[in-house]
Ligand binder design. Structure first.
Ligand SMILES: [Mg+2]
Length: 399
């Protein structure tokens, strides 16, 4: 087994905390973390769901994924705030940039979680636990929100550790601590074990992570195929995956078309923009990414070029969303009455993120994918379910 030092930094109750911090910075006098408050969708038609909730709401039994209508029955004075992805992205960037000052080997695992590998750090780490406390306290002091940090010998152990008890805590899970700290836990607490695997394991008499770790590997493979091997390894704290730095992901996608002749008819141009939007949307979905920015550039017959970009409040990945925004931008760039003809067009999206991993997990309790498509977030989840099946949601809840 390789002895690495990995930390998993996980923001506590990210969406609500970040909204609270943002509001305080904007001059709001009340910290919504100390109120009956939730982040949720639109309440009209009893549709919106709870995406994040304050501790007070939690104490009253409000759970993520339940309808706002039902949450309000538990907390009559509930304040509901809309999700604001621009704000989340900003605080996520702040945390990431801060962590970069400690190590270059950082994986942005989701919008509010990072893995950091300190193994070969230039600054010698004598005491990783002490460093973890320093990082945790600095984030709180500098940025106003709290994190949990898990310290372990690999990503799996670090991730498990950060989940132990919350908020504002540092936990370790080194190889030597697996038996004592991880094995007594219910098997559903193990990374990647979703609801269906959990049930199947319990039916097989495997109740704790320790039971799983001490099960026969072949027996597990017979019941779970290749995943059986993986879950056995995880239960034994084995994970050789690397902290993957972010430079692998493209930050933007675009598609351009040079027309066979210079176009000037509106319907003709709209059709091409639609085509480009669909191509862009497909690439984006193939990568399972979302984007808050849509851009377009237009090259005229005289080779002059103009461009425009918009940053949205939400993250999108559907053809229609890209198309509608591209059209709006295009209409600002070109007037059909002008004598300029169009030679080429490019439609693109940028600032890509796979942030929905987290948002999916936040809605893991949500069963009925047909309802609650009143906000983009929920719509996107439905799209994913349609595309990849319900299993994608269960899978994501541990990703
Ligand atoms: Mg978190």
């Amino acid at each position: 087994m390789n002895n690495r030092i990995i930390m998993h930094i996980d923001c506590n109750n990210a969406f609500l905390s970040w909204t609270a911090v943002h509001m305080l910075h904007s001059g709001y006098k009340i910290d919504i973390r100390d109120r009956f408050s939730v982040i949720g969708g639109k309440e009209s038609e009893r549709k919106g769901v709870v995406i994040a909730k304050s501790n007070l709401c939690k104490e009253r039994g409000v759970v993520t994924g339940e309808t706002l209508y039902s949450a309000r029955k538990k907390c009559p004075y509930l304040d509901v705030y809309q999700p604001e992805f621009k704000v989340y992205k900003r605080y996520s960037d702040i945390m990431y940039t801060y962590l970069c000052s400690y190590s270059k080997k950082i994986e942005r695992y989701s919008i509010d979680e990072c893995f950091v590998d300190f193994t070969d750090n230039i600054i010698k780490i004598d005491n990783p636990v002490k460093l973890a406390y320093k990082i945790k306290d600095e984030i709180k002091k500098n940025f106003g929100f709290t994190v949990n940090i898990g310290v372990g010998n690999n990503k799996l152990l670090a991730k498990m550790a950060s989940d132990f008890s919350k908020p504002d805590k540092v936990h370790t899970l080194f190889y030597s601590e697996i038996k004592e700290k991880m094995w007594p836990l219910d098997v559903k607490e193990l990374f990647m074990i979703g609801k269906s695997s959990n049930k199947k394991l319990h039916d097989l008499g495997i109740k704790t992570i320790g039971d799983l770790a001490n099960s026969d590997q072949d027996f597990l493979i017979r019941h779970f195929k290749s995943f059986g091997k993986i879950m056995w390894e995880y239960a034994n704290g084995i994970d050789n995956s690397e902290v993957e730095c972010d430079y692998g992901n493209p930050k933007s996608i675009s598609n351009s078309l040079v027309f066979p002749y210079d176009y000037s008819k509106l319907e003709q141009i709209y059709k091409e923009i639609k085509k480009l939007s669909m191509m862009t949307g497909k690439k984006l979905r193939d990568k399972k990414m979302y984007a808050p920015n849509v851009m377009i550039w237009v090259k005229f017959h005289d080779f002059t070029k103009v461009s425009k970009q918009i940053t949205l409040d939400t993250l999108i990945n559907s053809d229609e969303d890209i198309y509608q925004n591209a059209l709006t931008l295009f209409n600002k760039l070109w007037n059909p009455d002008s004598d300029k003809k169009i030679r080429a067009i490019c439609v693109g999206v940028s600032n890509l993120t796979d942030v929905y991993k987290v948002q999916l997990s936040l809605l893991e309790n949500q069963k009925d994918e047909e309802k609650n498509n009143n906000i983009h977030l929920e719509k996107a989840i439905n799209n994913i379910k349609e595309k990849y099946g319900d299993a994608s949601i269960n899978y994501a809840d541990k990703v």
